[in-house]
Design a protein. Structure first.
Length: 372
C-alpha cells in the first residue's frame, strides 16, 4: 500500500508534544492544529503509532477531505471515497460523526449518505447487494467543520488512553494521554526521582515510569487494525518485539506516590503492579501536611483536589497554601501542577515560571510549571 495520510486527535495544548512523538516514529509531512496532528507514513508507521504514541487519542486514516454545503455535494464526494481499498466483503463498517458550524447540520442524514456510499462501492467491488457485517471492525468517522468534511477510518478501536493497566480508578482520574503529555513537559528522564503527593489511581506514577523506561504504552492491548484483512500479523509482531527490545530497564528512575485515602493508595499499588512497574514505585497513605523531599533533583507532578462547591473550594485553597510551603519549586525540586483554579498562584504563594492551558475532559485547566 502507498503512503497513508493519518490524523491523531489529542488534548488541546499537547499538539507540540504529539508532533514530536510522531516525528520519532518516522511520521512525515507532520502538521498540527487545534487538537489534532496529521502526518503521512506506511502501514508500519500506523502500527508504530498505535503502539508507541503516548499522547494521541487514536490513530485515524484520512480517506477523503472535501467541501460540501448540501446533500448533493456530500453524496457526490462520498461516492468517490475508495472504501473498497480497506473494507472486506464480510467486515463491519458502521458510521458515526459530528457537524459544527456547517450547512450539513443533520448528523443522522450525513451518516446515512456516507453509509450508502460505502455500500455502493463495496457492492461493485464484491458483486453483492447485502452485507452480513460479521467480520473485522472498520469504524468510519466523519467530521464536518465550517462545511469542510473529513472522512476517516479508525485503526485503534478503543481509545489509546486505554493502556490496559487501569481497570479501576478513583472518582477523579486524570486521563492517561493527558498525564503522559504533562510528564513529557516535566522532562522526566531515565534517572529521575518522581513524586506525586495526590496519586489517586497511580496514573502519573505509571506514565512517568513508562516515559523514563521507554515503555510503549500500547504493549498491553490490541487494536482494531490488527484484525483487518489488509493487515500483516508479522508486522505487528515485529513492531511489538522492537518496542519490547527498546525498553530501558537499566536506569535509576523511581517514583513515590502518596494519597490521604488508603483505598486510593492501595489502588495505585495495584495499578502499578498491573502496569509492570511495581518495582519502580513506592506508594503510601500520607497527608500533604507530612510531605517532604527525601532526595535532591526530584520532580513533583500532581493533580490536586479541586472543590466546585464553596466549602470544598475553601478547603482546596487551604491545600494549595500547604503545597506552596511543602514543595521546593526550585531547580532542584521542580514541580508541575494541573488545576482549574484561576487564582492558584495566589494561594500557592508563587508565580509560575511558565503556564500552559490544557483541558482535563471538558474542564479548562492550567499547568503551572515551577523550575527556577
Amino acid at each position: 500500500m502507498e503512503k497513508i495520510k493519518m490524523s491523531c486527535p489529542c488534548h488541546f495544548g499537547l499538539e507540540s508534544v504529539l508532533k514530536f512523538e510522531i516525528g520519532r516514529i518516522g511520521g512525515e509531512d507532520i502538521s498540527a492544529k487545534d487538537g489534532r496532528v496529521s502526518f503521512t507514513g506506511s502501514f508500519r508507521t500506523l502500527t508504530k503509532a498505535n503502539l508507541c504514541l503516548s499522547t494521541a487519542e487514536r490513530v485515524l486514516i484520512v480517506l477523503s477531505e472535501f467541501k460540501a454545503e448540501n446533500p448533493k455535494e456530500l453524496i457526490e464526494a462520498a461516492d468517490r471515497i475508495p472504501f473498497e481499498d480497506y473494507i472486506g466483503r464480510n467486515d463491519r463498517f458502521p458510521v458515526k460523526g459530528h457537524s459544527l458550524n456547517s450547512s450539513l447540520h443533520s448528523v443522522p442524514a450525513c451518516q446515512s449518505i456516507i453509509k450508502k456510499a460505502a455500500v455502493n462501492r463495496l457492492s461493485k467491488k464484491y458483486g453483492i447487494t447485502s452485507f452480513n457485517e460479521t467480520g473485522a471492525l472498520f469504524q468510519i468517522q466523519f467530521s464536518i467543520l465550517n462545511d469542510n468534511v473529513t472522512v476517516y477510518l479508525d485503526s485503534s478501536g478503543e481509545g489509546l488512553h486505554k493502556r490496559g493497566y487501569r481497570k479501576n480508578s478513583n472518582d477523579a482520574p486524570i486521563k492517561e494521554t493527558l498525564a503522559a503529555g504533562i510528564i513529557d513537559l516535566a522532562h522526566i528522564r531515565k534517572d529521575s526521582i518522581f513524586y506525586d503527593p495526590f496519586c489517586g489511581s497511580g496514573t502519573f506514577l505509571i506514565e512517568a515510569a513508562y516515559k523514563a523506561m521507554n515503555i510503549a504504552p500500547g504493549l498491553k492491548r490490541t487494536f482494531a487494525a490488527e484484525q483487518w484483512g489488509i493487515s500483516d500479523p508479522k508486522l505487528w509482531e515485529e513492531e511489538r518485539a522492537s518496542a519490547l527490545a527498546a525498553i530501558k530497564r537499566d536506569n535509576d528512575f523511581f517514583a513515590y506516590g502518596y494519597d490521604i485515602d488508603p483505598e486510593a493508595a492501595a489502588l495505585s499499588i495495584e495499578n502499578c503492579r498491573k502496569a509492570g512497574i511495581g518495582n519502580r514505585a513506592e506508594v503510601r497513605q500520607a497527608d500533604i501536611h507530612d510531605f517532604r523531599y527525601e532526595y535532591e533533583n526530584a520532580v513533583t507532578v500532581c493533580n490536586p483536589p479541586y472543590g466546585e462547591r464553596l466549602l470544598e473550594l475553601k478547603e482546596a485553597e487551604n491545600l494549595y497554601n500547604v503545597m506552596g510551603k511543602k514543595f521546593g519549586s526550585t531547580q532542584n525540586h521542580p514541580c508541575f501542577i494541573i488545576t482549574p483554579h484561576e487564582q492558584f498562584e495566589q494561594f500557592f504563594g508563587k508565580t509560575a515560571d511558565k503556564k500552559r492551558k490544557l483541558y482535563n475532559g471538558m474542564i479548562k485547566c492550567q499547568l503551572y510549571m515551577y523550575y527556577n
